[in-house]
Design a protein around this ligand. Sequence first.
Ligand code: AMP
Ligand code: ZN
Ligand code: FE
Ligand code: FE
Length: 279
Amino acid sequence: MFADLHLHTNFSDGTFTPEEVVAHGHRFGFAALALTDHDTVEGCPPMRRACEAHGIEFISGSELTAESDGNELHLLAYGIDIAHPRLLTELARFQGVRQNRIREMVARLNGLGIPLAADTVFRLANCRAPGRPHVARALVQAGHCTSLDEAFDRFLKKGKPAWVPKFKISAADAIALIHEADGLAVLAHPGLNRTDEFVPDLKAAGLDGMECFHIKHSTAMAEHYLTLADQYHLLVTGGSDCHGMNKGRPLIGTIKLPYEHVEELKAHLAARRARAVPA
Ligand code: AMP
Ligand code: ZN
Ligand code: FE
Ligand code: FE
């Protein structure tokens, strides 16, 4: 039995609907799936229904963009209460930041002589948590770039002319928020953000787990993070980070996390809830 605990849908910057992601997950025989859209939990109810229809276990989640000492890192929130008032208030704030950032990126592109309207990006994104992949898709659709990679390389990557920095919650505040919403906080793709040096501080702030298995982690990297997770007593998770057809092919099915890690995640969630003091 296997799980994929890192998936995106069209409620953020993936191209599949929750139903489509689950249909792919079913085809690969996954026992459990988690939805981790950026800064939103809106896709969770339809994804849960689709999972139930296929007899797949569903874990609610989200991926928060946080920072530690000015370095970006992503935190996966698992098992969160998707109706938690402060979580929803904070997510709405992050979504507002994303929308303003799209306007700023479009203004920079306009300054570079590229006629693109923010509304074109918003229409294409058709969600509350738009991001750079939507700007990239708009650039490709309008014929200004031939691929998403080209759009990122020429304009959207950090330091490129249309890149705009984004407000980020501190990692400690993000972990506290996830815990307040009854969830577990997991450091996403540590190999991508080179975040090893922050692990002790993150652990002290309450980090629960580490995404050891990720599509962009080599086998050696996965082994390195398994050792680190063991050393810091962190849960082990993994996922494909599938964004639908964004990368040309769906990545779901490329990472198969052994189900025992889902059991441990669920045991920790239950223990956290049992410890929580009723209000
Ligand atoms: P944002 O949250 O707006 O900063 O956008 C980050 C997202 O852009 C991540 O989810 C990545 O998957 C995606 N991304 C980063 N680089 C590329 C690329 N070269 N091509 C397509 N998507 C990318
Ligand atoms: Zn994304
Ligand atoms: Fe990420
Ligand atoms: Fe992701």
